[in-house]
Unconditional design. Structure first.
Length: 398
């Protein structure tokens, strides 16, 4: 049996020199320009009921470089520009497959600043990474080692809104192998008072990272609001202060979810969760901030790809399954269960903690779905789906 290694991205922070920062900033701008030009060309063709593919946009790029107006595209490496066209092709593939909306134009201020290099546009030797058009290697902080003998297939350089520079190296990691099988299974009910409630009775507290930094964030936003609108240096500095607070919140949240999902995947063979419509739930004005801070969608995404890496199973139960109103002891179903009711007693005499009871019910119906093979992907758009569905995890990078 042939062993297949998982490709994963190792992300590191680096500190460019002034010349490197200028070169990368030019590259980011050119990548954005080429993406927008190609998108405009494909949109115009779409109005004529024609389709333009990657090869045609690549030929357009060659022609654009020969014009006086876009001659500056020759000043940066051609590889990130070609990769931008490939990314646009992927976006259209997802659009035609009805998985995403129509691709949008990249904004100079709001879009992510990044550029992807393939093997022909960088040199990785003796722990040093040198990109095309550069004479010196990047000053990378190697916070964790790469797999022994790893050779990156692609390198993605990015800069976040807080001004921090990152490089992401995509390599094969032979250390990611299926874990030994176990009989352990757990049902998980997500919430706001407690981030997770497990069917074992364990409750994981909600760190509420955004709430802890809310005063600092509000102060930074007030300072930004006082600055004159435009491209002034003072406004840019104030904008970076706001971005740094947001980055601190996001980093702490991501670190907590990574540790939590890794632990759940290592300890359990089968993990049962609820297929929540988070996008609709955040439309509730009174709970939107708390739901966003809990990051239920990110929790599920991390859980799914780690489960696939390590040979575990994630089962998503239809969101309309009445897990809170159903007695896990006798199966009796209550007519109503207001959100403020945290404990209740069934007619059979069993007193339930609302969240623990829901987690137990999720586990029971999830195991039934696993054994019986009840369905495929959960119905995300209509309530007419099956009560228990087995979630097929998709392969993705961290």
């Amino acid at each position: 049996m042939k062993t297949t290694h998982v490709k994963r991205a190792f992300k590191y922070r680096f500190y460019p020199t002034d010349a490197q920062a200028a070169e990368l900033s030019r590259t980011f701008g050119c990548v954005r320009k080429v993406y927008n030009l190609a998108l405009a060309a494909r949109t115009e063709a779409w109005t004529r009921q024609e389709r333009i593919n990657y090869s045609q946009t690549s030929a357009m790029l060659t022609a654009w470089k020969k014009t006086g107006e876009l001659a500056y595209l020759n000043d940066v490496s051609s590889v990130p520009l070609q990769q931008a066209l490939r990314h646009l092709q992927t976006a259209f593939t997802h659009f035609f497959g009805k998985r995403t909306k129509y691709p949008r134009f990249k904004s100079r201020k709001k879009s992510r600043k990044s550029a992807e290099y393939t093997t022909s546009a960088f040199r990785f030797r003796d722990g040093g990474l040198t990109l095309a058009k550069m004479t010196e290697p990047l000053d990378i902080v190697w916070s964790r080692p790469l797999p022994q003998g790893a050779s990156p297939s692609t390198v993605t350089v990015s800069q976040d809104a807080a001004g921090r520079w990152y490089v992401s190296l995509l390599v094969e990691d032979p250390a990611v192998q299926p874990l030994p099988a176990t009989d352990a299974a757990v049902g998980i009910d997500v919430g706001l008072d407690h981030l997770l409630t497990l069917s074992t009775g364990e409750k994981v507290s909600n760190p509420r990272h955004e709430r802890h930094d809310r005063a600092r964030l509000a102060k930074a936003q007030r300072q930004l609001a006082r600055k004159a609108k435009g491209d002034g240096a003072n406004r840019a500095k104030a904008r970076r202060k706001v971005a740094k607070v947001y980055a601190r919140i996001a980093d702490r949240r991501c670190d907590h979810l990574h540790k939590l999902t890794t632990r759940l995947v290592r300890e359990n063979q089968t993990i049962v969760i609820e297929d929540l419509a988070v996008r609709n739930m955040v439309k509730n004005g009174s709970l939107a901030r708390a739901i966003s801070d809990a990051a239920w969608s990110e929790f599920r995404s991390l859980l799914e790809y780690k489960a696939q890496w390590y040979g575990r199973e994630v089962i998503a139960i239809d969101r309309w399954f009445p897990s809170s109103k159903l007695c896990s002891a006798c199966g009796a179903l209550r007519d109503t269960m207001p959100p403020h009711v945290r404990t209740w007693t069934c007619d059979c005499g069993t007193t339930h903690d609302r969240d623990v009871n829901a987690a137990k019910n999720l586990l029971a119906v999830g195991l039934t779905a696993s054994v019986c093979g009840a369905g495929v992907r959960p119905q995300r758009s209509s309530p007419g789906g099956q009560s228990a569905t087995k979630q097929k995890t998709s392969r993705r990078e961290p």
